[in-house]
Ligand binder design. Structure first.
Ligand SMILES: Nc1nc2c(ncn2[C@@H]2O[C@H](COP(=O)(O)OP(=O)(O)OP(=O)(O)O)[C@@H](O)[C@H]2O)c(=O)[nH]1
Ligand SMILES: Nc1nc2c(ncn2[C@@H]2O[C@H](COP(=O)(O)OP(=O)(O)OP(=O)(O)O)[C@@H](O)[C@H]2O)c(=O)[nH]1
Length: 475
């Protein structure tokens, strides 16, 4: 088929004559997403049982935050780990207050979240202390988990504590695995068990399985860290990520609108990338890879300043990568009436390429309208995932083309024969024609396609396959 048709393909939905010729594989419209899902192991448990120490042990480094103060692990962050040649992410959880009355509830919530997001769960208890009421409460939640749960009896530094371990069978989660996170005792055996418990296909690899992946991007100083902190409801999370001292957490799981979202590669945000020479180049590479790993990007633009080249460069990265897009105009608290009018003009001038992008005006500083990000993300992702049945698509196409036929080209009237949706994420369409369609007409078709089927927040890719003359000779 590829020999009979030539394909014109424009990556950002704005079809252009100058674009490269490329062939779309009808079988796989996902056009080779770079992201390879790896399984996630969540580590849950009440404060001070040694979760962070265990995580450090698993990732084979010592730098992550461990302090003898309950509640030091403030956030849910994932680290990359490797055991027996298998890669996975270890997710450290925390974020509750030391003496909060709601501790049990808070730990139970972490467990719930792990059940929704992880591929395996480690419930860590302190074998020296034994099962507390909080451990029992969280075990109760985890007993109905479909995700495999391993009970870890920590602080078994020597044989003496082994007897206490047997008592932990009472939690109803099967055999307790004794380890000493500080000394490494038993952790190898534990990891063997963890690998055995992990499913072949990580949750992320299953459509609708894991939390949606979000890249938070924008030029330096637009407020990315501030927004991430606001969203994770935790101003202190930046504090313990002093530059250069901690292991890079890879992703952050943030709960928004009652659901978990995976903010990819937030390490740079929390650590404050330095702006030394060359840093910009690496920041740009990092932005690019974050976008590629994500399904949807939140592009932050500083609303208090004119839209800049740099903003548009990041915007192009998102559009070129074919990811869903939400544009958040941040620092809205600094925007007065004059600036607002000016911004409207800048948007008309600079954002014509993405009239479909979801837009919200927020302030990471005051928290204004940040809750509007969730419906915007939902809309964008729904469009990004959308599939139009071939019958509906062609009924629509027939009507549109009948009402407004394409203009003549080279003395001939090109016929639009048929259309199909070759893929989703982003929606990718192929039109089969008997001649080239003019740029203006292609834009018209895309506009009508969007009006009819509503792809708000998502780019749409359309390619035209022109049936060439040599194909007709045989007839
Ligand atoms: N003896 C002994 N102490 C341990 C072991 N694992 C952790 N600890 C100590 O227990 C304390 C708490 O460890 P963390 O790793 O910070 O515990 P956590 O569960 O992450 O705590 P939060 O951050 O409060 O949730 C620290 O003082 C650790 O040194 C162990 O295997 N044996
Ligand atoms: N007035 C106002 N200031 C903000 C807002 N959001 C962030 N800021 C300020 O803008 C500055 C930069 O914010 P950051 O969150 O560090 O920005 P960033 O995008 O993470 O910056 P880089 O780490 O350089 O990429 C800080 O001084 C923030 O306090 C906002 O909504 N309103």
């Amino acid at each position: 088929m590829t020999e009979q048709f030539t394909t014109e393909f424009a990556g950002d939905g704005t079809w252009s004559e100058e674009s490269d010729w490329e062939v779309v594989d009808l079988e796989d419209g996902t056009d080779g997403e770079a992201h390879v899902p790896v399984p996630t192991v969540a580590v849950v448990g009440r404060p001070n049982v040694g979760k962070s120490t265990l995580v450090n042990r698993i990732i084979g480094r010592r730098e992550a935050v461990v302090e003898d103060i309950p509640g030091v692990t403030r956030d849910r962050v994932s680290y990359e780990a490797n055991w027996s040649g298998r890669r996975f992410l270890v997710q450290d959880t925390g974020g509750w207050e030391p003496d909060a009355k709601g501790l049990q509830q808070s730990v139970a919530r972490q467990a719930e979240l792990a059940m929704q997001t992880a591929d395996a769960i480690l419930l860590v208890v302190d074998a020296v202390v034994g099962a507390t009421a909080t451990d029992e409460a969280v075990a109760k939640v985890l007993r109905r988990s479909k995700t495999p749960v391993l009970l870890v009896a920590n602080k078994v530094d020597d044989g003496r504590t082994e007897s206490e371990v047997a008592a932990l069978w009472s939690l109803g989660l099967g055999q307790p695995h004794s380890v000493s996170a500080t000394h490494g005792r038993g952790t190898g055996d534990l990891l063997d068990e963890v690998l055995a418990a992990l499913p072949e296909t990580p949750r992320e690899g299953i459509p609708g399985g894991g939390p949606r992946r979000v890249a938070l991007v924008g030029k330096p100083n637009v407020g990315k860290s501030s927004l991430l902190n606001k969203l994770s409801g935790d101003e202190r999370s930046v504090v313990h990520n002093v530059a250069g001292t901690t292991v890079d957490p890879v992703d952050s799981i943030v709960e928004l609108g009652g659901r978990p979202w995976r903010f990819v590669d937030t390490a740079g945000l929390r650590k404050r990338v330095s702006h030394a020479s060359g840093a910009e180049f690496y920041a740009s590479l990092r932005t690019k890879s974050a976008i590629e790993a994500a399904e949807v990007a939140i592009l932050l633009i500083d609303a208090s300043e004119p839209i800049s080249e740099q903003d548009l460069r990041v915007l192009s990265m998102v559009a070129d990568a074919g990811r869903a897009l939400v544009i958040a105009f941040n620092k809205w608290d600094l925007v007065d009436e004059d600036r607002r009018l000016q911004l409207d003009r800048e948007v008309d001038r600079d954002l014509v390429r993405v009239p479909w992008a979801q837009r919200v005006n927020i302030s990471a500083h005051t928290g204004r309208a940040v809750q509007k990000l969730v419906p915007a993300l939902d809309t964008a992702l729904e469009s990004w995932d959308k599939r139009i049945p071939t019958g509906r698509l062609n009924n629509w196409l027939k009507e549109v083309v009948a009402a407004t036929p394409p203009p003549m080209r080279g003395g001939r009237l090109p016929r639009v024969m048929f259309a199909t949706q070759a893929g989703t994420r982003p929606p990718t369409f192929v039109l089969f024609t008997t001649g080239f369609l003019e740029a203006g007409y292609r834009r018209f078709l895309e506009r009508r396609l969007r009006e009819e089927f509503n792809f708000d927040g998502s780019p749409v890719r359309i390619s035209v396959r022109v049936r060439e003359k040599r194909d007709r000779r045989g007839r």
